[in-house]
Design a protein around this ligand. Sequence first.
Ligand SMILES: Nc1ncnc2c1ncn2[C@@H]1O[C@H](COP(=O)(O)OP(=O)(O)OP(=O)(O)O)[C@@H](O)[C@H]1O
Ligand SMILES: [Mg+2]
Length: 392
Amino acid sequence: MHYTFCIILFVVYLWGMNEYNPFPISGYHGPELFCDREKETAKLITHIKNGINSTLISTRRMGKTGLIYHVFDSLKKRRDVECIYVDIFGTQNIKQLTNSLGTAIMRAIPEKKSIGKKFVEYIKGFKPTISFDGITGEPEVSIDFSSPEQAQHSLASLFSFLEQQNITVVVAIDEFQQVTEYPEKNTEAILRTIIQPLKNVRFIFSGSGEHILTEMFNSYKRPFFSSTQVVSLKEIESEVYMNFILKTLAAHKRKINRVALEYITTWTRLHTYYTQTFCNRIFYSGIKNIGLEEVKTLGLDLLNDQESVFYQYRNLLTANQWQLLNAIAKEDRVFQPNSKDFIKKYDLGSQGNVQRALEALLTKDMVFKGRNENENFYRVSDCFLARWLERH
Ligand SMILES: Nc1ncnc2c1ncn2[C@@H]1O[C@H](COP(=O)(O)OP(=O)(O)OP(=O)(O)O)[C@@H](O)[C@H]1O
Ligand SMILES: [Mg+2]
């Protein structure tokens, strides 16, 4: 009897260990685990239906990629729509962009669909090398172009293939600001020439580096000027996020009180990745009744876990940059980093010093420039690093 009881306990324990965490911190895991973004989803879908290309902008880790997948998920039942996602962060030039797009099309449209079959036949004309990822088994297209012009030409023909399919094709190009790093100086003009005449292909250009994207799409001098409508992703509303956390925990028989919820959303600034990471930690702590004390302790645990990484940052920055980073963290948002008061309060030296350090921190993505109504401000990008600096 005792033996049977132990086995039952062990099975229950294993089952508990297998319980999935409903606050994933990478990838998209379906609409149930996705919080809100109803307005943004509806807007992107309306754009697609009305032949408008979109630009999706936010600071890092706010949820752009997740939203793209969420939009694709909402469209998955439509037989007249195909969705293609391509992340171009790792691409260095138009050749690589073309290969990434070829790979993305191949992955998005399986060969068992007639358009997938047509695509495989079509791409064979480019004499590509098709390899398969050792781990995922997914295909990878690699075309060896003899010149950048040939790559451009092939890029145009990939899009014209999609254009001719009698369906709407949505192409999401993530990390789009990467094209500004290509050696081909006229990439934007080339892309615009290719993209503008397409009637059946709709684009979502997504990226951070807010200033670069805004500049690309809004400046009169740039080729993408007024060719898309901007959807900018801000923080999810706090009541909505708190309700989502409460319900998600309740579905797994956990309770959390209002003060604890407010603490989490404030402490993580409602910055999606950080809020999710905090909730992920709460869930795997196994605590069933979550109050203020519990969340405070879990927050400190999160910071302790990352402490060695934070110390590494200090080694990678100059003393001036580190000092400025500390000052920004302590203020939370800094509206006038060059002001005498701020410089004096944190003993930051000359205005020139601060300016140089600030530029370096922005380039390294350690600090980002945000906008509050009509005023720009600077903030430490990594919310957990900011919370850790505040305490030191
Ligand atoms: N609405 C949401 N509900 C729940 N989790 C989300 C939501 N949006 C994003 N996430 C989660 O937050 C994390 C960051 O989101 P995501 O990668 O989409 O951000 P991003 O803006 O694309 O970031 P980056 O600029 O670094 O590419 C991911 O782990 C994702 O699973
Ligand atoms: Mg992303």
